[in-house]
Design a protein around this ligand. Structure first.
Ligand code: FAD
Ligand code: SF4
Length: 470
């Protein structure tokens, strides 16, 4: 009866998988969502209207075949769903967990208009997790191997996306990363409560079996040179991310107790994963009053990591209103549930303290008139200064690229803000000014999303295949 019900979306409401209890969430670095049960996910998938012109699919940066795999789920056909899901995405179970679906597929879903969007993200995660648990592996039986090999710098989503498409086309990818595990920010950035690290180690095994070689703990420019890569490989792909921390440019930013977001998050991951080199690297906020500055995904992750470390209070100050926060709405809601206090329309003007942090001076802002792009900038309310008490301040203002001296010496040009120039629209997609070198992900487009990095890596691989005439 279920499969014949065209009005399932009326009879069954949108439902997300249940979350773990709040005490578990506030103390542990584990994913907060329970997996969907089979009956639940089938019922949710069957709510899909199978729109002739699926907006969800268009809005998705990798154009996942969403209605098609939802149908396969509702029919219980998980292996076919997994095969289809991997045709457009190299890490579907990761996107299912960390994409801001409210802004992408689910935001665009026809049913988002009063009925409740189909729960696409959690269905996507279910497909691959379940298929792997049932022994499914990507089908490599039809791959015809060429004698070409490509060096990939960076095992983040861009590098992985590129390597995945190359290996499926018979080109050998050798992926270099300076970190001891694959994933880039998926491992050394995004915390476990959004994405448990076993997901990436499982992926490393699957990719290795598919024929991708990983050379971890190997930094290009230090342990091996770009010149060697250009000599020994048919092409090079760069997916190195953005790692220059943006500063606020206000007094007191150098006081002891002020930290950049990423070192704080990475030290926490390193401790949890056993990668910590020295106990001094760990930044503990246990028992402390923490103020997080910023309103994006990184700020949310700092907030929620601080809660789990046992901070006395966690306050997140953001200079725009809630509506204009760039972070995923789902994660803002999760942060509130876990006890983070939000102060909107507060702009930091100084970190204050005598030899160490004692507070953050903020002013209240109001939203001004929209600019030509429609984005409204904050305007300061006169006389609104106040001091937020703090023992620790975490700065999450975003990232800029970190161009290396060896880019220029190897003919790889960067633009005015340090992004590598590698346009999509040209004969060989994402080729840089050195014809043998391609690039994609955050280092080309600026800090963005996991899914856009995957997409650029995959598209760049198409460019490389054309260039190599494979
Ligand atoms: P990265 O993931 O940064 O990977 C680059 C890799 O290159 C790294 O592993 C690095 O070690 C390696 N590398 C760099 N230089 C060298 C070298 N010289 N030699 C060898 N290896 C090198 N996006 C979302 O969609 N959802 C989220 O919830 C989300 N949360 C985020 C939370 C945080 C804290 C941060 C910082 C970002 C978040 N993002 C999120 C953004 C997302 O993680 C990035 O957009 C994405 O990871 C970019 O992928 P990338 O492959 O371009 O770069
Ligand atoms: Fe199904 Fe929503 Fe996509 Fe339509 S927009 S195909 S209802 S998931």
């Amino acid at each position: 009866a279920r499969l014949n019900n065209d009005f399932q979306f009326l009879d069954v409401g949108r439902q997300d998988p249940s979350k773990k209890d709040i005490e578990t969430r506030r103390r542990n670095f584990v994913e907060i969502y329970q997996p969907f049960a089979k009956e639940e996910v089938e019922g949710q998938a069957h709510r899909c209207l199978e729109c002739g012109n699926p907006y969800c699919e268009w809005k998705c940066p990798v154009h996942n075949f969403i209605p098609n795999w939802l149908k396969l789920i509702s029919e219980g056909n998980i292996f076919e769903a997994a095969e289809l899901s991997h045709q457009t995405n190299s890490l579907p179970e990761v996107c299912g967990r960390v994409c801001p679906q409210d802004r992408l597929c689910e935001g665009a879903c026809t049913l988002n208009d009063g009925f409740g969007a189909v729960t696409i993200g959690n269905a996507e995660k279910y497909i691959t997790d379940t298929a792997f648990a049932m022994g499914w592996k990507p089908d490599m039986s039809k791959v015809v191997w060429t004698n070409k090999k490509v060096a990939v710098i960076g095992a983040g989503p861009a590098g992985i996306g590129c390597a995945d498409v190359l290996v499926r086309n018979g080109v050998k990818p050798v992926v270099f990363d300076k970190y001891p595990e694959i994933g880039g920010l998926l491992t050394f950035g995004i915390p476990e409560f959004k994405l448990e690290k076993s997901v990436m180690s499982r992926r490393r095994e699957i990719f290795t079996e598919m024929g991708i070689e990983f050379r971890l703990n190997t930094e290009v420019g230090k342990d091996i040179t770009m010149e060697e890569l250009l000599r020994d490989y048919d092409a090079v792909f760069m997916g190195m991310g953005t790692y220059t921390y943006m500063k606020g440019g206000f007094p007191g930013e150098d006081l002891p107790g002020v930290y950049d977001a990423l070192p704080f998050l990475v030290a926490n991951v390193n401790r949890n994963l056993g990668f910590e080199k020295s106990p001094e690297d760990f930044i503990s906020v246990a028992g402390k009053k923490v103020v997080v500055l910023g309103g994006g995904d990184t700020a949310m992750d700092c907030n929620r990591t601080s809660i789990r470390q046992g901070a006395a209070t966690v306050t997140c100050a953001y200079r725009r209103d809630e509506e204009n926060m760039p972070g995923s709405k789902r994660e803002v809601a999760n942060a509130k549930e876990e006890g983070v206090q939000f102060l909107y329309n507060r702009q930091p003007v100084a970190v204050v303290g005598n030899g160490k942090v004692e507070g953050v001076k903020v002013v209240t802002t109001q939203m001004g008139e929209p600019d030509e792009k429609g984005r409204r900038s904050p305007v300061v309310v006169p006389g609104s200064e106040e001091i937020l008490p703090a023992d620790v301040v975490l700065i999450a203002f975003g990232f800029r690229p970190s161009p290396q001296p060896w880019f220029e010496t190897n003919g790889v040009k960067v633009n005015s803000w340090g992004g590598v120039v590698a346009p999509e629209q040209q004969q060989f997609k994402f080729q840089t000014s050195n014809p043998k070198v391609f690039a994609g992900g955050d280092m080309v487009r600026g800090s963005d999303l996991v899914v856009t990095a995957i997409w650029e890596g995959r598209e760049a691989a198409e460019g490389i295949l054309d260039y190599l005439e494979v």
